[in-house]
Design a protein around this ligand. Sequence first.
Ligand SMILES: N[C@H](CCC[C@H](N)C(=O)O)C(=O)O
Length: 281
Amino acid sequence: MNFTKMHGLGNDFIVVKGLEEDIQTIIKNAKKICDRHFGVGADGILLVLPSDAADIKMRIINSDGSEAPMCGNGVRCFASFVYKKGIVAKKNMTVETIAGIQRPEIIMKDDIVTAIKVDIGTYSFLNQDIPVEGEPDKEAKNLEIKIDENLFEATGVDMGNPHCVIFTDDVEKVPLEKWGPKIENYPLFPLKTNVEFVQVISKDHLKMRVWERGCGITMACGTGACAVAAAAFEKGFTGKQVKVTLPGGDLFIELTDDKRVYMTGPAQEVFEGHLELEKIC
Ligand SMILES: N[C@H](CCC[C@H](N)C(=O)O)C(=O)O
């Protein structure tokens, strides 16, 4: 398997040209391939595939082997990859995902890709969209999450994938490795959920940490940053333009009046590699 290792603020991916590889074997062995000791090591695998509905298609496989409908840091890495490889010769492209068509724009300075701005679609708080157990057309704005002796008030957000957002005074004090998996698998979320703890720094600055569904603690989560920006705006904590600081760095999120979200941030290649699949499968 030939691959390119990339990351978006430390949320890292193995990018593979799907038509040139045995993707069924790759998907079946994603956990081993993503293992940081016995495999290549990554939070997930991004598969480049042809599309009838867009310029190109992206499939996302989490490091536990589950398939995700959408990945914010991933779509920035993906867009940079297909542009630089000449697979899609357009700076403004469309990318088909399970969550819908994403619209990344490659931003360049002196022929270098400096950032990617993505129209990541619209956010929703509706139970039926996230999904969250309960009346389908009710908004998941005051979920009660009970973990051990702690009772959290959470906001459920759909960003094409599910997010459980909890506001706190100090994200550094959150025992994420303890609470993350319990919330990820909480009965309210039939498809499990990504978990974000977020601290309001100012009207235009949020700080967050994330436990990702199917991955665990990551350095950054693009859809998670969009979800916390949407939740903070709806609660009146922030405006429509906000910097979200994650352990791996900053993302810039813009919301529109019709709940559309734009995310801007970097994507970085690290190395190209070759893996003999039979050696670990
Ligand atoms: N673990 C996520 C997919 C990756 C999302 C994250 N890496 C991002 O940047 O949005 C899920 O199962 O919904």
